[in-house]
Design a protein around this ligand. Structure first.
Ligand SMILES: [Zn+2]
Length: 245
């Protein structure tokens, strides 16, 4: 579930939080559509996308990270110039095709009902409200110019970037290491399985799962921080330059 937020290019609207599944739904890459066939998104170094991971892999004790180097070393795109070969964590602007890499376009949903949110796979929707599209796009461009911290699977990934642009909400340091829905869903699933193994019962395991999943939607766990304030707090070492025009 939650795999069906597929949209056509005609349905795209400026300020949309979009994503693509890679590797047979193993992980997703997220970005903000800013119009004119361009997407602003956050990538790790070496042209890799390291994104939120498949919950089942975590449950089964699999790798805690997933990456793709498919974009590394590509010829520069004729449309946007991107070669997918950034050497460090970077906010980039590419054309939609470079973002999609042949995968289906999907839109992350906001303002979902809690019941619907619970049924969807983590990292595909939120109960939080999106800000107006012009604010979303302004934040994305500001972070394109100034950077968005270091890329970290657990603490700061492409989904966190897109959610921040949409909401200006930052997780409180003592509450959550990340706002990423996929990571939190994975943690909840792991805890649910552990509860079952401990003999806590299916009902308790489901309650634990719901509580953990809703944790990433609880306004008390976030603080609102405008983009200028966020960037002002970044370490000086973090700079971003646009990898593509
Ligand atoms: Zn391109």
């Amino acid at each position: 579930m939650g795999l069906h937020n597929k949209i056509s290019r005609d349905q795209l609207e400026v300020g949309d939080h979009i994503y693509v599944w890679r590797k047979l739904y193993a992980y997703a890459h997220h970005g903000i559509y800013v119009g004119d066939n361009r997407v602003i998104h956050f990538t790790a170094g070496d042209g890799n996308e390291i994104s939120a991971i498949i919950p089942l892999a975590g449950v089964l004790g699999g790798s805690s990270s997933s990456s793709s180097s498919a974009g590394s070393g590509r010829r520069p795109c004729k449309t946007c110039g991107s070669s997918g070969s950034a050497s460090s964590s970077q906010v980039v602007r590419t054309c939609l095709d470079c973002f999609l890499r042949g995968h289906k376009l999907r839109r992350f949903e906001y303002s979902n009902r809690r019941s619907k949110f619970l049924l969807h796979r983590g990292g595909t929707c939120s109960t939080l409200q999106s800000d107006p599209s012009d604010e979303v796009v302004r934040r994305a461009f500001y972070l394109l110019r100034h950077g968005f911290m270091d890329y970290s699977l657990e603490g700061n990934n492409c989904e966190d970037f897109a959610r921040y642009c949409k909401t200006a909400l930052v997780p409180k340091p003592d509450k959550l290491p990340t706002a990423s829905g996929q990571l939190l869903a994975k943690r909840a699933a792991v805890k649910g399985v552990k509860a079952l193994i401990k003999g806590d019962g299916l009902h308790q395991a489901i309650e634990n799962f719901k509580n953990d999943k809703f944790m990433c939607e609880d306004p008390d766990n976030f603080v609102r921080k405008e983009v200028e304030e966020l960037v002002a707090e970044l370490p000086q070492t973090i700079k971003s330059t646009s990898a593509a025009i």
